[in-house]
Design a protein around this ligand. Structure first.
Ligand code: ZN
Length: 657
């Protein structure tokens, strides 16, 4: 474990709180120490209150902040005296504790203090660092974990058996730590959970954390339990998009809502999924109890989603009666799937959630293998994990998130997404929670948006092989296809039929029409499996109803596309796939409308460019975002009972009305 302390950098952080920020970020930089919101840190300081009195304060990590990116505002300032008195109570429900912690902060705009705040307060050291270090949990999660830990650390640390985080753990430590600690104590280890270090300065506490974790790593190395190799595993090469989409649709059906599913077939993921003992190794439970919220207690091995559901329902039925209050079962769908052919599939309500599950499970794989090499992997018992999964504080956190966005867990594919209407559609769907695959001939498509829910693929849609490859990539990334926005189109040049070459004519038809035949055909099996039914939106043009001179190829291609979409409407209604069309006009903020095209189209109507731009009944310009909003509406509940509609979006046109 590398020590990242940099004296020059640290010198920029002058007071207690900022020193705390600095080393917290150092911890957060290392995934082998903390993952996605895991771990927490604190510093004890004093602040001058409104009466001019010095008041002892614990600055402790606020809920919702990540150590990697935490700022001073991410630490909740809590009155020390209140925390120490709470630690003396015989009992306190965790809900009451959370309320007390919030009430004891001196700043009402501060985040909710970490549930481990009382534990930080009772440790008699200025700086306290807490991580869920990989090496430490790899050692504790074994049948002889306690003996190994004593072997590694001797009496330099206090060892605490597993106790549910929250008040019970703080209460236990308040009683036992002072008895067991001595002048040489530099840390505290929580079995099956993680490790604490502390010190008089941020530097000392951080150094000790690195030293403690390094000792655990060295111990694993000495016992050949650090770098564990697996037999090489090659991914399957045949197309699997339909099989993946079927698996996702089954999981979504059990969940009761759509989820994004990302498939990883890197050598590690595949090697683990094909491990001969996978059923034993992967059915124990997570590395630390907090992972249960993201990964569920166990993954699904193979594809028997109904079997998983039954097992989850049984797990709930078995443990729920011990709860002091009635519990509502969470959805019984897996979030991690290990399949010998596919590798590792991770699921989340958003692509970002699936990415977090992947990070957590990759570390889980690594440390299950290490623990197995050391002496056998043993996670916490199901009852303890159930307690954390259904902990009222975690349930409250889920409730606070509110209703998910409109298209959460759904996947859209938009053609011609690097600019204009396509880009606006992609942006609008992303904002409404969908994962979006954007296709464009322009290589910039890959970087059009920077977020987990975006996959930009440079693709010539007239090339069938390239389209197949892109669909395969899309389904491996997001698990299926729920919405298809056929937008890509070209307008080659204004030319009367008398001058039209067959080559130009065919070029326009290839992009505007023929590519969409392939795309519709290939997308159909995926759309059929969409958890909330498939939707197709075709971006047509006002020219379909009201063609213009000199635009034969463009008008014909879009009219044929409209007719194609109408036939798809008829053929696919039995699969509940809805197909709707938008006929925009006067959308001048798109790549098609170069100055040249604008001038030539205005000339074709015998108008100036200005007059041409506002020649509709409402004398208005339509923007790409107006079209995108209509496309999103057609994918949403407003159009749930509409298929085969053709909606003009043109400011009103005398020849159309
Ligand atoms: Zn913890």
């Amino acid at each position: 474990m590398h020590n990242l302390w940099d004296a020059a950098e640290a010198a920029h952080y002058t007071d207690d709180l900022h020193q705390r920020v600095y080393t917290s970020r150092l911890l957060g930089r290392e995934q082998a120490l903390v993952l996605h919101g895991g771990g927490n840190t604190s510093v004890k300081s004093t602040v001058s209150n409104i009466f001019g009195e010095d008041e002892p304060i614990l600055y402790v990590k606020g809920s919702g902040w990540d150590l990697a990116t935490i700022e001073a505002a991410g630490f909740a300032p809590v009155r020390m005296q209140h925390l120490l008195r709470l630690a003396q109570l015989e009992t306190l429900s965790d809900a009451a504790m959370a309320r007390e912690l919030k009430a004891a902060t001196i700043d009402p705009s501060a985040p909710a203090p970490s549930v481990e705040a009382i534990l930080h307060a009772i440790l008699p050291y200025k700086f306290v660092d807490h991580t869920h270090a990989d090496a430490v949990v790899a050692i504790t999660n074994t049948p002889d974990g306690r003996a190994y830990v004593e072997d590694v650390y001797g009496d330099s640390i206090v060892i605490v058996p597993y106790i549910m985080p929250g008040f019970a753990l703080a209460r236990h430590c308040a009683e036992h730590f002072p008895r067991e600690a001595h002048a040489g104590t530099i840390g505290m280890l929580l079995m099956n959970h993680g490790i604490f270090s502390f010190g008089a300065t941020a530097h000392e506490s951080y150094d000790r954390m690195i030293a403690l974790v390094s000792r655990a790593e060295a111990y694993l190395q000495q016992r050949n339990a650090w770098h564990i190799s697996l037999p090489p595993a090659a991914p399957i090469t045949r197309p699997i998009r339909d099989e993946l989409a079927l698996l996702r649709s089954r999981v979504c059906a059990v969940a009761g809502f759509p989820l994004v599913m990302t498939t990883h077939d890197d050598e590690r993921s595949l090697g683990f999924a094909r491990h001969p003992d996978i059923r034993t190794l992967a059915q124990q439970g997570p590395l630390t109890p907090d992972h249960v919220i993201r990964t569920r207690r166990v993954p699904l091995i193979g594809r028997d989603v109904q079997g998983y559901r039954a097992a989850y329902e049984q797990y709930f039925a078995e443990h729920a009666p011990r709860s002091s209050q009635p519990l509502t079962m969470l959805d019984p769908a897996p979030r991690v799937i290990l399949d010998a052919e596919f590798g590792l599939c991770v699921l989340g309500r958003h692509a970002q959630d699936a990415a977090i599950v992947y990070d957590i499970y990759s570390h889980t794989i690594e440390n299950i293998l290490r623990a197995t090499a050391l002496g056998g992997y043993r996670a916490l018992d199901a009852a303890s994990l159930f307690e954390v999964e259904y902990w009222d504080l975690e349930q409250a956190k889920l409730k606070r998130q509110g209703a998910p966005p409109e298209f959460a867990g759904e996947v859209a594919l938009v053609t011609g997404a690097a600019s204009g209407i396509g880009r606006a559609c992609a942006e609008t769907l992303l904002k409404r929670g969908a994962a979006v695959v954007g296709l464009d001939i322009n290589p910039e498509i890959e970087h059009t948006f920077q977020q987990a829910g975006w996959l930009g693929v440079q693709c010539d849609i007239t090339n069938e092989a390239a389209l197949f490859e892109t669909l395969e990539k899309a389904v491996r990334r997001f698990g299926g296809l729920d919405m298809l926005i056929l937008n890509a189109g070209i307008f080659s040049s204004s030319r009367p039929i008398a001058d039209l070459t067959l080559k130009e004519w065919q070029g326009v038809l290839d992009v505007n029409l023929n590519a969409n035949v392939t795309l519709l055909r290939e997308a159909y099996p995926l759309l059929k499996l969409a958890p909330r039914s498939g939707r197709v939106v075709v971006i047509g043009t006002r020219n379909v109803a009201a063609p213009g001179k000199g635009a034969a190829a463009y008008s014909v291609s879009k009219a044929a596309l409209t007719q194609l979409a109408r036939v798809a409407t008829l053929e696919w209604s039995r699969d509940n796939i809805r197909v709707n069309m938008i006929h925009p006009d006067a959308v001048f903020d798109t790549a098609i409308w170069t100055d040249e095209v604008l001038q030539s189209r205005a000339a074709a109507y015998g108008m100036t460019v200005e007059a041409y731009k506002s020649r509709n009944l409402l004398r208005t310009e339509v923007s790409s975002y107006d079209v995108a909003a209509m496309a999103a509406a057609m994918c949403g509940s407003l159009f749930a009972k509409t298929t085969g509609a053709q909606v003009p979006l043109d400011g009103g046109n005398e020849r159309v009305v």
